[in-house]
Structures are given as C-alpha cells and as structure tokens.
Design a protein around this ligand. Structure first.
Ligand code: PLP
Length: 315
C-alpha cells in the first residue's frame, strides 16, 4: 500500500504506544453455528477482544496512534467523550494510565449512582469524570464549546468520542496484519462510527461488510464516505453497510437479542455482548439463513471486543 502523507514516522526518542500497550496477536477462531453450517458457509472470527486484558478490541487499535500523537505533542491529559458504558472511555482510562498521562472524560448525562462497573473501572484507573447534560453533550464537536471545557486542564489532548479520528483510522488499518486474507471472501464487522471499517479499507484486499448498530437509513454510509474522502483514502475493494440490523437503535436490546447472545455463546464458545458483536453475529446468522451468501462463502468476522459492556446486561 502506498505511504499516505500523514503516515509520518515518530521522532526516534519517543517511545511508541505499542511498547507499553503490549499486544497479544488476536486469535482466529472458527465459529461452529448451525445457521452457518446449513447455509454451507464458514465464519472465522478474529478475536480482537483478546489483544489486551483491558484496552480491548478495536479501541486498542484506535488509541495506539492517538497516544503516540499526544505524547509527541507533550500532552499531559487525554480528554475524551462517551456514554456511561463507553468501551472507548474504559479503554482510554487504562491506556492513559499505562502511558503515564492523566485522563479526563466528559460523560453524557448524569453519572449513575452508584457508579456502574464501567465508570468504576475508569475511576480506578485514575480517570476524572465530568458529567455533561445531554444538551451540552450534543455540542461535543463544537470547537468553541470544547475550548471552554478545556480551561484549567493541564496540557489537554482531545481524542474524539469513540477514537474516531485519523489516528484511529491508521491504527485500524493494522487490524488485518498477519491475516492470510486469500483464504476468505469477505470481512464483516459491527459499525458504530464506521472508523474501524474505514481503517480496514486501507489494507483489506477483501470486500468489507459493515453491520450498522445504530438507527438511521443510509446514515453510516454517508459518514464513512466522507471519512474516506476527508482522509484521502481511495478503497480498492467494495464495501457496503447493512442498516437493518440495529434492533431499534444504538444499545437497544430486546429479549430475542439477549437470547441469541446466550445461545450463541453456549453453542460456539465465542463470548459476545449485545451492543456490537451480538448484533453482528445475529445479522450474519440471519443473512446466512436467508441465502444472502453463496454456499462455500468464507467470512472473516471481526470481534470488536468491548466485553466489559456486557456487565450492564443480565446475560
Ligand atoms: C466501538 C466499538 C465498535 C464500533 O467501532 P466503530 O469504529 O466506531 O465503528 C464495534 N465493536 C465494539 C466492541 C466497540 O467497542
């Protein structure tokens, strides 16, 4: 792949984030599920949930270069945004601690009392939590609002919600490193902001299928298209986003989805949670059962991690 202009190498004296965020290579695991077997397709899951004990899944990849940038810019405090069950904030708190940087999170809505497990972990890793009202939170991309929030914060470096920026993309471009793509026909993953999908498109030689976990017909297709053009990425493979599997919206779950997650885990031994990986696997099962994939099709599914969020559901 051609070197992109923003793929500058770090100055030599700076220790890259990958040195303190040590990574275990993600396992590739065959998913033995009856829906896949009856459709005559195979699904292998790339277990990004196993790369690091806390900095889980695609968030590890999104944070890696964000930390490098923060460190090389002399930042003292990593600042970000997220909901009360944010996998991104959970990962950031731990990554910041490992990097020796302070972390501060602006949390959407009131802080739950008592704190939920996710935010309690964030605090245990030294993160400061500041609640924003939902109205304030909506202004998180407004530079003048954010500048106001940053007053009195020591050398802040803002990482957007979900790690959705160019450094996040660069990290996600490395997800398929070491994978023999030639044995698959397609990559599939769950999409929230679409950053992971856009990053994958930089290095994937396979068509990429995104399962949108939030509501909004065609919404992510547009977001990803503008992310790609804004970053000068011209994908060499087909990509598409299915927007019909969100089950009512982001983090909306129902009994059928929770049942699916339980049964799927028991059957396959692959742990999933209902917000991302559960919706992805349910979508793949439904697509397999309705004949969307030709027999013999081999799917590489990306497990985005984030299993900590499961603690918010009774499964
Ligand atoms: C954040 C997250 C995603 C969504 O990634 P995007 O790059 O925002 O599309 C998917 N799965 C898990 C587990 C996540 O935590």
């Amino acid at each position: 792949m051609k070197q992109q202009p923003w793929q500058a190498t770090l100055p030599a004296m700076i220790e890259p984030a990958s040195s303190f965020l040590s990574i275990t290579l993600p396992q590739l695991q065959r998913v033995d599920h009856p829906d896949f077997a009856s459709a005559g397709i195979s699904v292998d899951v790339l277990r990004l949930d196993t790369v690091h004990p806390v900095v889980s899944g695609n968030k590890w990849f999104k944070l890696k270069y964000n930390l490098d940038t923060a460190i090389s810019n002399g930042a003292a405090t990593l600042v970000s945004f997220g909901g009360a069950w944010s996998n991104h904030l959970h990962a950031l708190a731990c990554a910041g601690k490992l990097a020796g940087l302070q972390t501060l999170a602006f949390v959407r809505g009131e802080l739950p009392v008592p704190l939920n497990d996710c935010l309690a972990d964030c605090i245990a890793n030294g993160m400061r939590l500041v609640p924003l009202s939902r109205e304030e939170y909506r202004r998180r991309h407004d530079p003048s609002f954010v500048t106001g929030l940053l007053e009195n914060i020591e050398k802040p470096c803002v990482i957007p919600e979900g790690g959705a920026n160019i450094d996040g993309l660069r990290g996600c471009a490395e997800i398929l490193q070491g994978i023999d793509q030639a044995v698959f026909h397609q990559v599939a993953l769950a999409c929230g902001t679409g950053t992971t999908l856009a990053g994958l498109l930089m290095t994937s030689s396979l068509p990429v299928l995104g399962i949108q976990v939030l509501k909004g017909e065609g919404y992510l297709r547009g977001e990803v298209a503008s992310m790609l053009s804004g970053s000068g990425i011209i994908p060499g493979v087909d990509w598409r986003i299915e927007d019909r599997f969100h089950r009512g919206g982001y983090a909306r779950v129902d009994g059928e989805l929770l049942d699916f997650c339980r049964t799927f885990e028991d059957t396959t031994g692959v742990p999933i949670e209902p917000v991302y990986s559960g919706k992805l696997m349910m979508a793949l099962c439904e697509m397999a059962a309705t004949g969307v994939f030709p027999a013999g099709h081999r799917v590489l599914a990306i497990h985005g991690g984030g299993l900590q969020g499961k603690r918010g559901y009774f499964i």
